[in-house]
Design a protein around this ligand. Structure first.
Ligand code: C2E
Ligand code: CA
Ligand code: CA
Ligand code: CA
Length: 278
């Protein structure tokens, strides 16, 4: 891909193999999509298991493609990460989530934090703290209401990550470990990173009812989190049985289709307003 001035990108594809071409086209389209403002955020509510109240929400990006319609993140985040577009895209996600959350707060909707997924590439930026500080300042959102989600990654340098997280926690925001249990260095992370919350991966929650091993793993993660003074939330909760199980094991929160799927800004705005009027 050759850059032609600021806003123009030209593809010189020659006779590349079709798979490589496809990837390049996608990366090219992602850049254009960012310029054309084609991304939007959905929000999935997070519920307190004891009270049933909405106590948080996760921002999940979608690409509103002019021809192909709404594209889920799984179809473009990997290419965005590989090409580095995830950095400006991720900046946009943080800013949009903060702006939206502040707008809801200004309406008088009870204040809840918004969680934003952070990619490893965003982490490697030197000025991430400065960027986040700028976004909080310009949107006016109190840092208490922004949470960042990171995943365990084999390639992540824990010392560097720890340094980066410490700097960011100085701003007053919280971190959670996403997809907990699926990575390679869970305990190392837990011991060395300043985090507030674990998110139990959906793959463990899914078969709680059928698989005693999964049930044992989930209850062990909850107990361990609490012993470490961490909050714990279960992901991908879909059934009443899962809710009962999690509640009886004192899991703090849940997120999943049982509560609500991710919703567009307008729809979740409505849900939050109903909560206000209750
Ligand atoms: P994630 O962070 O683990 O997000 C949860 C995913 O599980 C979401 O998929 C959500 O729609 C889905 N989900 C929620 N509840 C249920 C349930 O009860 N059952 C099932 N089967 N699925 C459920 P989504 O929105 O397609 O996002 C997929 C992944 O894309 C996310 O996984 C996250 O890793 C990534 N992603 C999304 N937004 C961003 C972003 O802004 N930045 C980055 N770096 N990654 C993002
Ligand atoms: Ca997440
Ligand atoms: Ca997750
Ligand atoms: Ca995941």
């Amino acid at each position: 891909v050759k850059e032609n001035g600021k806003d123009d990108y030209m593809l010189h594809t020659g006779d590349m193999d079709p798979i490589a071409l496809n990837k390049l086209t996608l990366q090219h389209d992602l850049r254009k999509a960012l310029q054309n403002d084609e991304f939007l955020l959905y929000y999935q509510p997070q519920y307190d298991l004891a009270s049933g109240q909405i106590v948080g929400m996760e921002a999940l990006v979608r690409w509103k493609h002019p021809e192909k319609g709404l594209i889920p993140p799984g179809d473009f985040i990997p290419a965005a990460e590989e090409s580095g577009i995830i950095v400006p895209l991720g900046d946009w996600v943080i800013e949009e989530a903060c702006r939206q959350n502040k707008a809801w707060q200004d309406e008088g909707i009870p204040r809840i934090p918004v969680s934003v997924n952070l990619s490893i590439r965003q982490f490697s930026q030197r000025n991430l703290k400065g960027k986040v500080a700028d976004i909080l300042r310009s949107t006016g959102l109190d840092s208490r209401y922004l949470e960042l989600e990171i995943t365990e990654s084999m390639t992540m340098d824990v010392d560097r990550a720890s340094q980066c997280l410490k700097e960011l926690t100085e701003l007053g925001l919280n971190f959670s470990i996403d997809d907990f249990g699926t990575g390679y260095s869970s305990f190392h992370y837990l011991k060395n990173l300043p985090i507030a919350r674990l998110k139990i991966d959906r793959s463990f929650v899914r078969d709680i009812q059928q698989d005693p091993n999964d049930a044992a793993i989930v209850s062990a993660i909850i107990a361990m989190a609490h012993n470490l003074q961490l909050q714990v939330i279960a992901e991908g909760v879909e059934t009443e049985h899962q809710v009962q199980f999690l509640r009886s094991h004192r899991c703090d929160e849940m997120q999943g289709y049982y509560g609500s799927p991710p919703l567009g800004g307008e729809e979740i705005g409505k849900l939050l307003r109903e909560k206000l009027n209750r």
